[in-house]
Design a protein around this ligand. Structure first.
Ligand SMILES: *Cc1c(COP(=O)(O)O)cnc(C)c1O
Length: 477
């Protein structure tokens, strides 16, 4: 199986060849040339599998150049109850990504029991092991440079800590993250993790990453890599839990299921779309946004209009505060029948600060076959939904999950099970829980005193040269 860029670059690459990279050379994203398809018979075989077996069934189709025994070992090492049982609710402790029934036909897919209490651990932990494996095989090392406003950075650090041949340099804004989020990252003492608190805001951090990455000489010399949400392996690993949830809430493969997904960069719901393309019987994929509703606007109007930094609001579901959705190009490529010329044209407009409209070409009329719907919510909606879930279902959910539940319920259909994806635990967003419920969320065991642990962080000015010098000084053993 081969991967191609959405924008038409001619090289056809294997999973391992695109694993460590980000964008294709032409600026596009990688997609399988054609999607492998699970038949109804395949689904019947998969129905009784546990999470690790399911992960292997899915990943072996998408990463078919990794020897089966190696892939199985990497998956078995990743998906353990030890790694995924932080802050578990009352569900079955032997399960990875358990499904919790809220009421008949309504379910919560628990994805946030990994080490950083957010769903990004589901894919990032596998990515860490895949990176280590690939780098060992190639006899290479890599210096991952990233910018974070919270969840991505911590998920990356917890996935890469202690891995040989990998160092992580993570820039975070000196102010802007919660004390919990800061402590999560800065308390890591692993020698290969470098936290850099930048005197500035998240955009300053991101600008520094961009200018370092644009210095091709520096990038090559210090083998700078990334683990951002466009990484195909991350999307692929997220496909697994859609299958898991489907089997958990259905009795046979004739049934269809809808999923509601709290969305920012369109990575999580893109994985749902891929699961659908692989043959999962999906009724609807519901894209839930917060006030930053660029995706909701698109699914309602056919117009994709990324926002400027000034138009991007800071909300109480901050991990969804995006100005443009970096994985969205994958879906548009499928919608456009992989017409790379057309996709390249759309993103030429986007990359120069513009927008595109799918109505004139008639493409928007074809969107129905993909079964995507959308909605948005506000801070008041989140608070109300957190209260409702607590009172009605005795379940405490975080603000992002609340966005998904609120929008999901608006699109619910009788007779079709609705699975809402939990993307973070409430403990990460204490202030909103306090506002909604008047109580502090419970801290998962072991994290009670997180903020008082010793921290390992370098505070630096938002200066590219200084950050480059820091990386150069710490890049080799
Ligand atoms: C990253 C994140 C999201 C958004 O996911 P995308 O894949 O970017 O759409 C939603 N909720 C939480 C808690 C997150 O960390």
């Amino acid at each position: 199986m081969h991967y191609l860029s959405t924008r038409g670059d001619k090289s056809a690459l294997t999973f391992s060849q695109i694993l460590l990279g980000g964008l294709a050379p032409d600026g596009g994203l990688y997609l399988p040339e054609t999607y492998p398809r699970f038949s109804i018979d395949d689904l019947s075989t998969m129905r009784d599998m546990d999470y690790r077996q399911l992960a292997f069934a899915v990943m072996s189709r998408l990463a078919d150049d990794i020897p089966a025994a190696d892939l199985r070992a990497l998956i078995d090492k990743t998906y353990t109850t030890e790694v995924y049982s932080h802050g578990r609710k009352d569900s079955d402790f032997s399960q990875i990504a358990p499904v919790r029934k809220l009421e008949d036909g309504l379910y919560l897919l628990e994805l946030s029991n990994g080490p950083t209490l957010a769903f990004k651990d589901m894919a990032m932990q596998l990515l860490g092991n895949l990176f280590e494996y690939a780098l060992d095989n190639a006899g290479q090392d890599i210096n991952i440079l990233g910018a974070t406003s919270g969840d991505t950075g911590s998920a990356a650090e917890y996935a890469m800590r202690g891995k040989h041949n990998v160092r992580v340099f993570m820039l975070s804004p000196l102010s802007g993250m919660t004390r919990f989020q800061q402590a999560q990252m800065y308390s890591l003492q692993d020698a290969n993790i470098f936290n850099i608190a930048v005197r500035g805001v998240f955009d300053d951090c991101q600008d520094i990453v961009k200018s370092v990455s644009n210095d091709l000489e520096f990038k090559a010399k210090y083998r700078i890599g990334a683990v951002n949400s466009i990484n195909w392996a991350r999307v692929a690993a997220q496909v697994i839990y859609y299958f898991k949830a489907y089997f958990a809430v259905t009795a046979n493969n004739d049934q269809k299921v809808s999923f509601s997904v709290p969305s920012g960069n369109f990575g999580n719901v893109c994985a749902g779309h891929i699961a659908h393309m692989l043959g999962l019987p999906v009724q609807k994929l519901i894209v839930a946004t917060n006030e930053n509703d660029v995706l909701d606007e698109f699914f309602r109007t056919g117009i994709y209009r990324p926002r400027t930094a000034a138009e991007t609001l800071h909300t109480s579901s901050p991990s969804m505060d995006i100005s443009k959705a970096s994985n969205f190009e994958r879906f548009i490529a499928d919608l456009a029948g992989r017409n790379a010329v057309q996709v390249a044209e759309f993103w030429k407009a986007v990359d120069s600060g513009g927008s595109f409209d799918l109505n004139p070409s008639g493409l928007f009329d074809q969107i129905k076959q993909y079964a995507l719907e959308s909605g948005s919510s506000s801070h008041a909606d989140r608070i109300q939904t957190i209260r409702m879930a607590w009172e009605k279902y005795h379940t405490m959910i975080d603000t992002h999950t609340a966005d998904g539940l609120k929008v999901g319920l608006e699109h619910r259909e009788a007779g079709i099970p609705l699975v809402c994806l939990e993307t973070a635990l409430p403990a990460k967003f204490e202030d909103s829980i306090l506002e909604a419920l008047g109580v502090q969320p419970e801290r998962p065991a072991g994290l009670e005193n997180l903020e008082s642990l010793p921290q390992r962080v370098e505070t630096m000015n938002a200066e590219v040269a200084a950050i480059k010098a820091y990386i150069a000084g710490h890049a080799s053993d």
